[in-house]
Write a protein that binds this ligand. Structure first.
Ligand code: NAP
Ligand code: ZN
Length: 350
């Protein structure tokens, strides 16, 4: 079996450090990929530090993977050696339950196999290792094609931050003229701005960081509101069709429910460690809809990548070497990212 190198954390309080393990040889249906770039998602940090209380160690995070195909199994038809390829948050599912059949593998009845921290059927009692690594081997059905015209490093974050914001914006039918709010300008938030703008909405960014206002306008916001300023918030009461909340930490969501129109929708994609209290009055006055969204299925992820290829949409990134990843995590916690860290995997081979 090919030996792999990676960065892993071994406990909730550990920093990420070099780690060696083995990837499987490709089966007939597998694609082996040399990882060139991998994005750093806040979910990686939540998981590495066991904030969701479900981490199995050692933990190799990373689910925004782009690279080049190095080997393919005998039944693989979509990819050949040398092709660009991408892997997002899932590497497998049962592929036959009603949810998988309707292209919602993330809700597989037997449990989607996530790219890291999930039971790995190919190993005896082991778990999956993610993209902070030099290679990955994945069932062809979960490998995505990358538009050739996009910058490869800036494409990596589309595999999670991209699909997680594209999917609810599509599902809730955002169209020209709708008033859309985006809460939190980090990795997910900056992609939500780009997609909502591309779908023709009037877009308002809510941020706790006044210094991000100019960037927000460049990224697609028509207006920027500092969420701690009550007057600025009150000016928008009852006016939004849709708000997408991309915040990684505890915050008050009732103030956003109050900004929705009658029958307006607040979708949570952010996944803070602790529950977020909701007042029933925030919902019953105006029949507000509070919902959530989890990444997106494989078909929709490919649709999103193709949409990005056609509209020239990528992520705004800060490229880092792998040994900077612990500092990158510290900066994520200070909301100091513009707007996605991407690891140049060449640095792992040094
Ligand atoms: P990120 O890059 O760290 O961005 C989070 C942003 O939230 C920050 O930049 C900041 O924006 C805002 N924020 C942080 N702390 C805050 C606080 N205490 N109060 C108010 N706002 C605060 O994180 P990300 O990678 O975009 O991920 C965001 C969340 O989505 C994470 O919880 C992640 O696990 C989750 N996630 C969910 C899915 C899904 O499928 N649902 C997929 C991927 C990630 P401002 O500076 O603008 O205020
Ligand atoms: Zn993610």
């Amino acid at each position: 079996m090919p030996s792999a190198i990676a960065y892993a954390s071994k406990s909730p309080t550990d920093t990420l450090k070099p780690f060696n393990f083995e990837r499987r040889d490709p089966t007939a249906r597998d694609v082996e990929i040399e990882i060139l770039f991998c994005g750093v998602c806040h979910s990686d940090l939540h998981t590495a530090r066991n904030e969701w209380q479900n981490t199995v160690y050692p933990c190799v995070p990373g689910h925004e993977i782009v690279g080049r195909v190095t080997r393919v199994g005998s039944h693989v038809s979509k990819f050949k050696v040398g092709d660009l390829a991408a892997v997002g948050c899932m590497v497998d599912s049962c592929q036959e339950c009603p949810n998988c059949s309707q292209h919602m593998e993330q809700f597989c009845e037997k449990g989607a196999i996530f790219t890291y921290n999930a039971p790995d059927k190919h190993t005896d009692g082991g778990h999956t290792f993610g993209g902070y690594s030099n290679s990955v081997t994945v069932d062809e059905a979960f490998v995505l094609s990358v538009p050739e015209n996009l910058d490869l490093a800036a494409t990596a974050p589309l595999l999670c931050a991209g699909i997680t914001t594209y999917s609810p914006i599509k599902r809730w039918g955002i169209k020209k003229g709708d008033k859309v709010g985006v809460v939190g300008l980090g990795g997910l938030g900056h992609m939500a701005l780009k997609f909502a703008h591309a779908f023709g909405a009037k877009v308002v960014l809510f941020t706790t960081s006044p210094g991000k206002a100019d960037d927000a306008k460049r990224l697609g916001a028509d207006e920027v509101v500092i969420s701690k300023n009550e007057n600025e918030m009150n000016a928008h009461l009852g006016s939004f069709d849709f708000i997408i909340d991309c915040v990684s930490a505890e915050h008050d969501i009732n103030i956003y429910l109050n900004l929705l129109k009658i029958d307006g929708t607040l979708t949570l994609v952010g996944a803070p460690e602790k529950p977020l209290p909701v007042s029933s009055f925030s919902l019953i006055f105006g029949r507000k809809i509070l919902t959530g969204s989890l990444i997106g299925g494989i078909k929709e992820t490919q649709e999103m990548l193709d949409f990005c290829g056609e509209h020239n949409i990528t992520s705004d990134i800060e490229m880092i070497d792998i040994d900077y990843v612990n500092t990158a995590y510290d900066r994520l916690l200070k909301s100091d990212v513009k707007y996605r860290f991407v690891i140049d995997m060449k640095s792992l081979r040094k």
